[in-house]
Design a protein around this ligand. Structure first.
Ligand code: SF4
Ligand code: SF4
Ligand code: FES
Length: 232
């Protein structure tokens, strides 16, 4: 099996280049294992930790599609492996996710003017709300969805992308959050999402179920609050 792997050191290279590394294919091999075998003969900078879709660190582009390398099978053919698109490359297959993660973390913060009261602490959430919030907590912030989002790719200045929008949705569902998450979502480009469903297809955390259903919930709330689709 031949792997065309992106090599790039921004401190010395003017552009990334693809190098071809031959790897012996084994049954049920994952993309991560293939990269590790390639690394034995050709040094490649790549990132991973958990090997089980829990850390989100191993995301790469496989033949142009964003995937988690540790859970994605590879076939016995020629493949191109590049860093995740849309974020600066630190080295080879490693991208700098700090800016994306900082933005996502800021969105996850709960806004409260007062501390939670005892009554609030002891009140059980509506089960639908619990289900929705628990599901979103499966997000590892791998940013695979954003790397494959056509609306984000077309214009990242008008749409924050699904990974960050999901963080807004998390607090939108939170009954004890006092932020105006509907306004946040609209300002973050809610109506610029084209509802293509790619984020649902690409997200490795199927526990989140239908990400596009979450967009529908936000859109319904935005319309009800007087922020209807300006593109309609
Ligand atoms: S449904 Fe929206 S957020 Fe998801 S990939 Fe498509 S444009 Fe992006
Ligand atoms: S929604 Fe899914 S694909 Fe997107 S960042 Fe979270 S875990 Fe990754
Ligand atoms: S190594 Fe953690 S998600 Fe792949």
């Amino acid at each position: 099996m031949n792997l065309k792997i992106s090599k790039y050191d921004p401190s010395v290279d003017s552009a990334a280049k693809l190098i071809t590394v031959s790897v012996t294919y084994t049954d049920k091999m994952t993309v991560l294992e293939a990269i590790q075998f390639a690394h034995e003969t050709t040094p490649i900078a790549f990132d991973y930790s958990c090997r089980g879709r829990a850390c989100g660190r191993c995301a790469v582009m496989l033949d142009g599609k964003p995937v988690l390398a540790c859970i994605t099978p590879i076939t016995n053919a020629t493949h191109t492996i590049e860093p995740l698109t849309g974020q600066p490359v630190i080295r080879d297959l490693i991208v700098d996710k700090r800016e994306a993660h900082n933005s996502i973390t800021a969105r996850y913060r709960r806004t409260r003017s007062t501390s939670m009261t005892d009554v609030e602490f002891n009140t059980t959430y509506d089960t639908n709300v619990i289900d929705q919030i628990n599901a979103i907590e499966w997000c590892t912030r791998c940013t695979v969805c954003t790397a494959g989002c056509p609306a984000y790719k077309a214009n990242p200045s008008t749409f924050v992308g699904p990974a960050e929008m999901l963080a807004i949705a998390y607090r939108f569902y939170d009954p004890y959050d006092e932020g105006n998450r509907v306004v946040d979502a609209v300002q973050a480009g809610l109506w610029n999402c084209i509802m293509c469903g790619q984020c649902d297809n690409l997200c490795p955390q199927k526990e989140i179920k239908r990400v596009t259903q979450i967009w529908k919930d936000l859109r319904a709330a935005a319309t009800a609050a007087g922020y209807p689709n300006p593109n309609a």
